[in-house]
Design a protein around this ligand. Structure first.
Ligand SMILES: [Zn+2]
Length: 566
C-alpha cells in the first residue's frame, strides 16, 4: 500500500525539519522519496506530523504489573475500555495488556520499553507482550543486584561479566542493562538497604559504586545500542540529589561505544524527578532539580528521563524493594513484596498524589523544572508509568510545557504553595515548541536506544511509523492541547493506517526487540560453567527451564551485535 501524507506541518528533529509544510510518502512499510499517482492521499492540512512516539521507561508488562492489577480491583473498575471491534480492558494506572497497547497507540506511540524485567520471570513479561497490540516492544533485564554479576565484579573479571550479560540478554530476550538501587535490593533480602555509593552490600565484598561502574564499562565493551539504564540508590528520599550526581559522575570517563546506532551517552538516569530531592526530612523537603540539571547540561555522557508526577491516584512498582517498604510504612494502605532468588526483588504499593499535599506538589514542580531547564537534547518525557502517574497523562504534561498560562494556572491555583516556595518553577519562562515536543517524545529516545536508523524520525528509509495530530502548532489552550495529543488523528505503523480520526481501525501485533550478542565461544563456555553451578546450588528451577523460547513472541526482532573481540 502506498500513501502520501499531504500538507502536514512536519517536526522531525533528527533530520532538522522544524515545522515545514511538506508531504511524506509511504510505501511497503517505509518512508520513501516518492510514490506513484495511485497512492492514497491522507490530508494532514492544519495538522502536526511527527514520527511515532517512543516510550523509553514504562512498567507495562510482567509480574510486578500483574501483582498491581490483582491487588487493586479499585483501579480496575476506575476506567473501563470498551470499543467496537476491540478487546475490552480495564484499569486506570495498571491497564490490562490490550488496553495498554491501544492507549499507547491512541497517543501516537509505536514502541514501548518495559523498564524492569526480573530475568527469572522474563517469560511472564513476554507472555504479556504476546497480548499487547499496536506497538513494538522490548524489555530491560535487571542486573544491579545479581549474585553472578557481583561475583565477576568482585573478581574484576569484566570479560566474564560481558559474556554473562550477553548470555542473559539472549536467554531472557532482553534489550539492555537495567540497574535498580544497586546493591540495595540485595540488602533488602537482609531487611536493610544501602544509602551511599560506598556502603558495602551485605554478604558481598562489593559496593554500589563498583556495580554501576563495572556494568557501565561492560556495556561499552559489548557496544550495546542503549547505555546502562540506572535507577540510582536512595530513590524518593529527601537529600538524595548528592548520591544522584555522584552516580552520574562514575561514568564521566567511560565513552559511549555503541556498535550500532548513534548513542552518545554512556549513562541514562531514569525518573530523575525521584532523585532530585533536597532537605533532611519531609518537613524541610525542597527541590534540588537545578543542581542536577546544571550537572546534566554540562556533561557529555548523560541522558535523563523525567518521571513526571501527574497528581493522580496510581500504583507504584519497582525492583527497589526497600523503598517500597518505606513507602508502605508511610501510607499503610497495601503492600506487595517479592524476592526473586539471587537476581532481584520488588515491591508494589498504591499511592495517591494529591494537589493539596505540599510534598506531592513539590514533586510535581520538580519534574517540570527538569523538563523546562534541561537541554532538550538530553531529557526525555516519562511518568515512569505507573509510578508517578499513568502514561495516558502525557498529553496533559505537554500542555504544561507548551502553555505557560496553563502551567501557571496549576502552579498558582491548583497545587500547594510549596511548589511555588521550594522550587524554581515560578521563574521558568520557557514554553516548549513542537520541535522540542518531538525531541522529548521520540527523537531523543530513538538516539538513546540506538534505534534511530529506523525509528524516531521521518527520513527516507525509516519505518513508516507516523503520528498525525490535529492541532495548531501555536495553540496555547491547555485543554485543546491535551485533547489533540490524547487522540492522534492518524497513526500509521509499518506503513498501515491503524488509527483514523482518533479511533483504532486495525488491531495488529508487532515485534519484540532483543539483543543477540555474540562473544567468544570459549569465554562463553567458561561463564556457562559458573552459571550452571549457580543453578545447581541456588536456583529453584533448572537451567534448562530458564531460557525464553521461540514461542514467546508474535514476531522476534533480534539485533545482532558482534562482540567476539572483547
Ligand atoms: Zn521505573
Amino acid at each position: 500500500m502506498e500513501y502520501i501524507i499531504k500538507n502536514g506541518i512536519v517536526y522531525d528533529p533528527i533530520n532538522g525539519v522544524n515545522g515545514e509544510k511538506m508531504d511524506i510518502c509511504v510505501k511497503d512499510g517505509k518512508i520513501v522519496e516518492k510514490v506513484s499517482e495511485d497512492a492514497k492521499v491522507i490530508d494532514a492540512s492544519n495538522c502536526v506530523v511527527m514520527a511515532g512516539g517512543i516510550e523509553i521507561h514504562s512498567h507495562l508488562a510482567g509480574p510486578k504489573v500483574n501483582t498491581g492489577r490483582m491487588m487493586r480491583p479499585e483501579d480496575s473498575i476506575k476506567e473501563i475500555y470498551a470499543k467496537k471491534g476491540l478487546r475490552c480492558g480495564t484499569g486506570f494506572s495498571i491497564p490490562s495488556t490490550f488496553k495498554t497497547g491501544y492507549q499507547y497507540c491512541e497517543l501516537g506511540y509505536t514502541f514501548a520499553l518495559e523498564a524492569a524485567m526480573p530475568p527469572l520471570k522474563a517469560r511472564h513479561v513476554h507472555e504479556e507482550f504476546l497480548f499487547t497490540p499496536q506497538i513494538d516492544v522490548a524489555a530491560l533485564p535487571l542486573f544491579g543486584n545479581n549474585w553472578i554479576v557481583f561475583k565477576y565484579i568482585m573478581e574484576k573479571d569484566y570479560k566474564a561479566l560481558a559474556a554473562y550479560v550477553a548470555w542473559m540478554l539472549k536467554a531472557t530476550k532482553g534489550y539492555g542493562i537495567k540497574i535498580v538501587n544497586p546493591g540495595g535490593t540485595e540488602a533488602w533480602g537482609w531487611g536493610t538497604n544501602v544509602h551511599s555509593l560506598d556502603d558495602p552490600v551485605p554478604g558481598f565484598d562489593i559496593t554500589p559504586k563498583e556495580i554501576v561502574k563495572g556494568l557501565g564499562m561492560v556495556n561499552e565493551l559489548l557496544g550495546l545500542p542503549h547505555s546502562i539504564h540506572v535507577h540510582p540508590n536512595d530513590l524518593g528520599h529527601p537529600g538524595n540529589y548528592e548520591v544522584t550526581i555522584e552516580t552520574m559522575k562514575l561514568l564521566e570517563d567511560v565513552k559511549a561505544k555503541p556498535k550500532i546506532g548513534e548513542r552518545w551517552s554512556s549513562y541514562h538516569n531514569t525518573h530523575i524527578q525521584f532523585h532530585a530531592y533536597g532537605g533532611t526530612s519531609w518537613k524541610d523537603f525542597e527541590s534540588k532539580a537545578l543542581e542536577i540539571i546544571d550537572y546534566v547540561n554540562k556533561s557529555k555522557h548523560v541522558t535523563i528521563d523525567v518521571g513526571q508526577v501527574t497528581l493522580d491516584e496510581t500504583t507504584t512498582m519497582t525492583a527497589d524493594g526497600p523503598m517500597e517498604y518505606d513507602l508502605y510504612m508511610m501510607t499503610k494502605f497495601k503492600w506487595a513484596n517479592c524476592d526473586v532468588e539471587l537476581e532481584t526483588g520488588s515491591g508494589v504499593v498504591p499511592f495517591i498524589y494529591s494537589r493539596k499535599n505540599p510534598v506531592h506538589s513539590v514533586q510535581w514542580a520538580i519534574g517540570l523544572e527538569v523538563l523546562l531547564y534541561t537541554d532538550t537534547d538530553k531529557v526525555i518525557l516519562t511518568t515512569d508509568h505507573p509510578n508517578a502517574g499513568p502514561f495516558t497523562r502525557y498529553p496533559r504534561i505537554l500542555a504544561w510545557l507548551l502553555s505557560k498560562e496553563y502551567r501557571e494556572d496549576w502552579l498558582y491555583n491548583k497545587v500547594h504553595k510549596w511548589a511555588r516556595e521550594r522550587t524554581a518553577l515560578p521563574d521558568a519562562d520557557k514554553e516548549y515548541d513542537m520541535y522540542e515536543v518531538a525531541k522529548i517524545t521520540r527523537a531523543n529516545q530513538a538516539i538513546a536506544l540506538g534505534l534511530s536508523e529506523s525509528m524516531g524520525h521521518l527520513g527516507v528509509g525509516a519505518n513508516a511509523d507516523i503520528a498525525i495530530y490535529e492541532i495548531d502548532p501555536e495553540e496555547k489552550n491547555g485543554k485543546k492541547i491535551e485533547k489533540a495529543f490524547r487522540y492522534a488523528k492518524y497513526v500509521l505503523k509499518d506503513g498501515e493506517v491503524i488509527v483514523k480520526d482518533g479511533e483504532i481501525v486495525k488491531e495488529k501485533f508487532y515485534r519484540t526487540f532483543y539483543l543477540d550478542v555474540q562473544v567468544d565461544e570459549s569465554l562463553m563456555n567458561e561463564v556457562l560453567k559458573d552459571v550452571e553451578e549457580m543453578f545447581k546450588r541456588y536456583y529453584t528451577i533448572n537451567f534448562e527451564n530458564y531460557v525464553v523460547t521461540e514461542e514467546y513472541a508474535n514476531n522476534w526482532k533480534p539485533i545482532k551485535i558482534d562482540a567476539t573481540n572483547l
